[in-house]
Design a protein around this ligand. Sequence first.
Ligand code: AMP
Ligand code: MG
Length: 435
Amino acid sequence: MTASPFRRAAILAIGSELLTPNRIDTNSLFVTSALNAIGIDVVFKAVAGDDRVELQALVAHALGRVDLVVLTGGLGPTDDDVTREVVAAHLGLPLAEDRTITDAIRRRFDARGWVMPEINRRQAMVPRGALVIANPNGTAPGLWIEHGTQGVLLVPGPPREMRPMVEQMVAERLLARADGRRVVRRVLKIAGRSESRVEELTQPVYSRWRALDTPVETTILAAPGQIELHLSARGNDAAGLDAVLDRAAGEIEAVLADDVFSSDGASIEEVVGALLLSRGWKIALAESCTGGLATSRLTDVSGSSAYVERGVVAYSNEAKIAMLGVGPDLITAFGAVSEPVAQSMAEGIRDRAKVDVGVGITGIAGPTGGTESKPVGMVCISVVTPPRTLVRTFRFPGNRELVKTFAAFTALDMVRRMILERVKGSEGVEANTSG
Ligand code: AMP
Ligand code: MG
């Protein structure tokens, strides 16, 4: 039988824990990314517990609809792991023990000085005709079954076991059966704009892309403080797709200008880190309501010790006075959450740390503590660089966690704009109120 290409896939995530409020299926995201990269679309996915009846129904549905079914989970040695048995029974394939697998599992136990429990032999049961995929990180091997023109891939649930096995199968089996179409994606990250404003500004641009020879699809996603514009194009020529997406990204950047802080997937902390490095500048942060979150995000980047000098959490008035030299009179006159205090915090940490860039963040994260003149979500942020000082007041929406997230993100974005020396006019950076 000549192998027809795999175009449409379904992913079934198996595991009763995935139906509780405590665990979420993330394997399908990885599998989707691996399949999309070789031009296979995921047309649906489903989560089922360790339940023969539900799983059998899903397998039947999937095999009726797609070329390729990927199942993760339920390959363990215990009675509640049913994926192998259900798939074999549905396809009418008898199971037989593969002694080489049993021996391999036994050796894993021996290496730890343990005796292999007899139930692990279940993991050595192989449906007739299936290809066994070795699992270097666990006991359960994967299985690849060709059923007529269709493919069925079974991999274990633990992500660190599943990932290398999926990668191996993509390279060794699936790539050859994909039809050569690829999906190339580009993520533009945008700061200082609401989702609706991004949509309004970019819609006239991206609506034209659908009529191109290689259409570009767009999706807008909101996260606290930032908007993401995902661009994708599909076709056979990877270099050509890259060129199409470069052009499309360029058109968006022409409209949104400096609000686009990343077009290569980099996070705001990576972008700020690269800018600081390029200037040879160091940074120190004084944080109140964010409790160190902005510093934490900067230090998420490997190599950040080259430019992060310190971050202090100055939560109480006393701390702001003692650690940063904020004048008590300033606090009395304007309040701890005020532009003069934010600026004094930024200047204070910059002087004390002897760095180029100082940041001060003070605000009301809520849900208590707000007043009419200083409502919950009000945050004052100041950034001081060698050539200039900036201080702005924002009103961020949402609960305590969101206000902190918005404030930390916005502080980093202000640093970015200050380093680029392209800060918007006197009305300040538009607060992003969506998400
Ligand atoms: P398994 O023994 O193959 O059923 O999988 C065992 C463990 O893998 C579970 O306890 C989960 O922690 C993890 N796991 C299973 N399925 C998934 C999934 N779809 N996404 C993320 N983790 C998973
Ligand atoms: Mg399980």
